[in-house]
Design a protein around this ligand. Structure first.
Ligand code: PHE
Length: 434
């Protein structure tokens, strides 16, 4: 998530902050599924999906968790929709369900940890549809009405009531309502964001939830919240140890709308403290609404790419999407932490562009334009200069780094990309090039 104060490099920070006031440059980090498809509250209506069946789709139709989704169910030329084609193409990829992919390998290793420490008690969901209602994504987990994460600048909206989940917490409330008490939810999550080697608009999270009943904490002599918090920390420290070996780690207090108290776990890796997950004791209101007022629970959400980049030494988040055999062939089922060997390093090419911005300009919108033109050939978009003249006009200069992970790019190709970016920035964002 992208707020201005975030310094660490994870995808969690979206929910750290309480209001709309902070933005920029932080890392932020929410059914339709077989179990949910029949009675899901998702606003992709049954009627609509029905229509899709008989009308031959012009473009592909995806099937996720038994539900068919056509491109025009997700991408529409309508002011309430901000999902680009490039994002639709990621919807059915399901990297977390591939046993030979670093994301799938990591998911399985975490499953193993839970299976062996909790005697298979945790149920696993990894096929829940990423299209969810605003209610599921935000309201059900108590995200305030004015929270930055709800904005069109930060979240992909299909229509005013439907989004691409921006965290796996979107499924918490419904699963609790359905009576599940120990579960892990893994899935692709979507956030409009800045561009650099650790940010990509689609990434994967795993959510964990455990519900306790009074018997559990009463015997301990502790109050329910302290008991749950202690159990949560023990569980996650054990997981970090299993994944990373004996590493130095620390807990940092933080804020999430859905947990209280809330924590982040950081691990010391390659001379830096890395934020690897967010967690906390579930807000009682969430339990109450799901008919569990006598219980307490904990929840965590971890970013799989972030952990996998560290474990497999994968230097750039775009690589997870590579279909190049030189990438894919390096990983195999059950092999956690095999170190990735870069197949070769191609030089980046930098292009600067300066323009006068208007009030509606945002960096996330610029990044969307750049990705729309250059796709995964863009490595980083960085603000390198920013000033306001005496007439009150503000100019930004962005440096765009183009680099392919797979081949050398020609000057001609890069010039063409940059030219298209300039054109589209002008026409779509109404900026005035300098
Ligand atoms: N949903 C949070 C995020 O994406 C992570 C989280 C999950 C935090 C569960 C606390 C409990 O930033």
């Amino acid at each position: 998530m992208n707020t201005p104060m975030a310094i660490s490099a994870t995808h969690f920070t979206l929910f750290h902050k309480t209001s709309l006031l902070f933005h920029k440059r932080c890392f932020r980090s929410f059914t339709f599924s077989t179990p949910f498809s029949s009675s899901s509250s998702s606003s992709l209506s049954v009627q609509k999906l029905g229509r899709q069946k008989w009308r031959q789709p012009v473009v592909s139709v995806l099937e996720i968790g038994g539900v068919k989704i056509g491109k025009d169910d997700v991408v529409r030329d309508d002011p309430t929709n901000n999902v680009p084609d490039t994002i639709f193409s990621k919807l059915g990829m399901q990297l977390h369900r591939r046993d030979q992919h670093p994301i799938g390998i990591l998911k399985n290793a975490i499953y193993d940890y839970f299976d062996s420490n909790y005697l298979n008690k945790f149920e696993k969901f990894d096929h829940l549809c990423p299209i969810v209602s605003v209610k599921e994504n935000f309201d059900d987990v108590l995200v305030p009405a004015d929270h930055v994460s709800r904005s069109y600048n930060d979240t992909y909206y299909i229509d005013a009531q439907t989004v691409l989940r921006c965290h796996t917490s979107a499924h918490q409330a419904e699963l609790l309502r359905r009576g599940h008490t120990h579960f892990l939810v893994t899935g692709d999550v979507y956030r409009r964001d800045s561009i650099d080697s650790t940010h990509y608009p689609v990434f994967h999270q795993m959510e964990g939830v455990r519900v306790f009943s009074p018997d559990d904490w009463e015997a301990s002599g502790m109050d329910a919240t302290s008991y749950a918090a202690g159990d949560l920390k023990k569980c996650l420290e054990g997981l970090a140890c299993q994944l990373f070996g004996s590493v130095e780690m620390r807990w940092v207090d933080t804020y999430f709308p859905f947990t209280n108290p809330s924590f982040e776990l950081e691990i010391y890796f390659q001379e830096k403290w890395l934020e690897v997950l967010g967690c906390g004791v579930t807000e009682q209101e969430i339990l109450k609404r799901s008919g569990k007022n006598d219980n307490v629970a904990w929840a965590f959400g971890l970013g799989l790419e972030r952990l996998a980049m560290v474990l497999f030494e994968i230097p750039d988040i775009r690589l997870f999407w590579s279909t190049d055999e030189r990438f894919t062939s390096q990983f195999s089922k059950g092999q956690l932490g095999v170190k990735f060997k870069p197949f070769s390093k191609f030089p980046p090419c930098y292009k600067d562009m300066s323009f006068w911005v208007n009030d509606s300009f945002t960096e996330n919108n610029l990044c969307e334009v750049v990705r729309g033109v250059a796709g995964d050939l863009v490595e980083e978009v960085q603000l390198i200069d920013n000033f306001t003249n005496e007439k009150g006009m503000t100019s930004h200069c962005y440096r765009i780094a183009y680099r392919s992970m797979e081949r050398s790019l020609t000057d001609e190709e890069i010039n063409q990309l940059q030219w298209n970016v300039r054109e589209q920035a002008q026409s779509k964002l109404n900026v005035v090039l300098r």
